[in-house]
Write a protein of this length. Structure first.
Length: 281
């Protein structure tokens, strides 16, 4: 590798490492990775920058063309001669493109993605991830019996005495008629993003609250959503607002599925958490 190529590689590595550090310090990383992986981005970025700076300061000094030639020329007088110049006067063309094309194809899509990516899924993307579907959640087979006393001990309450449940818990409960009796008509509070409801909403009184679930990163993300039923059509807070929704938890049968439904008493905008992802257990 020539000195120029080594320095270009060092510059490329430094830029890549800088982008990773930028993702970490700007908090954009929280939209793509589970919190446990965030520090690895910073460590990886620092390591790549060190490699890049080393390549910039200590470039290779090998010549561009260091292989020998031993071929014959036929001139107009008919005699042959061979030469072996060791690459000192190497004027023949090598196959392939120059390094500038390689680095441009590496950096330009990356910079474009940084600038244009919105760091969130569109409603269509959320729909494909299961926003309006019944999630495939299976409660642990060896779970001990759950009682009202367990509910009082394990589930926190807000200042109004409402149980602060997760959407996942609501779906687990809906799959067990015995436990459902404990939660049915319970005053609860859910937290998540609010969007329009596109299913089972003939009168327009419903909206939907959802949370995203991941194992490690956005690539394996799925969405858990639940219907909110108001007394009248409601558009406040706006779609995609992070909210706390309070009301009475009920259950309904839709196309053979037992689903949770919140009869809303209040929905208020609230501060978004550091990471909105729920981790799969």
């Amino acid at each position: 590798m020539s000195t120029l190529h080594t320095r270009l590689f060092g510059l490329l590595a430094t830029i890549w490492g800088g982008i990773l550090i930028y993702f970490y310090t700007s908090m954009r990383v929280k939209e793509y990775l589970a919190p446990d992986f965030h520090h690895l981005i910073m460590i990886g970025g620092i390591g790549i920058i060190i490699l890049g700076v080393f390549s910039l300061l200590n470039p290779s000094s090998e010549t561009v063309c260091d292989h020998g030639h031993g071929h014959a020329h036929h001139d107009c007088d008919g005699h042959d001669h061979a030469h072996d110049k060791g690459g000192e006067d190497c004027h023949h063309e090598h196959e392939g493109h120059g390094p500038s094309i390689t680095y441009a194809l590496t950096l330009l899509p990356l910079i474009g993605a940084l600038y244009f990516t919105q760091d969130k899924l569109s409603n269509l993307g959320l729909t494909k991830k299961g926003l309006y579907e019944t999630p495939s959640l299976t409660p642990p087979a060896d779970a001990p019996p759950f009682t009202r006393e367990d509910l009082e001990k394990r589930v926190p309450k807000n200042a109004n005495g409402e149980f602060q449940l997760s959407l996942v818990t609501a779906y687990y409960v809906a799959g067990d008629r015995e436990v459902e009796g404990i939660f049915n008509n319970l005053p609860v509070e859910f937290e998540g993003r609010i969007v329009e409801e596109k299913v089972n909403n003939q009168n327009g009184f419903r909206r939907r609250i959802y949370r995203s679930m991941i194992t490690c990163c956005a690539a394996d993300m799925s969405v858990v959503g639940m219907s909110l039923e108001f007394d009248a059509p409601n558009a406040d807070p706006p779609n995609e607002t992070w909210v706390k929704a309070s009301g009475i938890l009920t259950f309904e049968d839709i196309k053979g599925d037992r689903l949770p439904l919140l009869k809303v008493s209040k929905v208020v905008a609230t501060e978004e958490p550091y990471s909105e992802f729920l981790l799969r257990e």
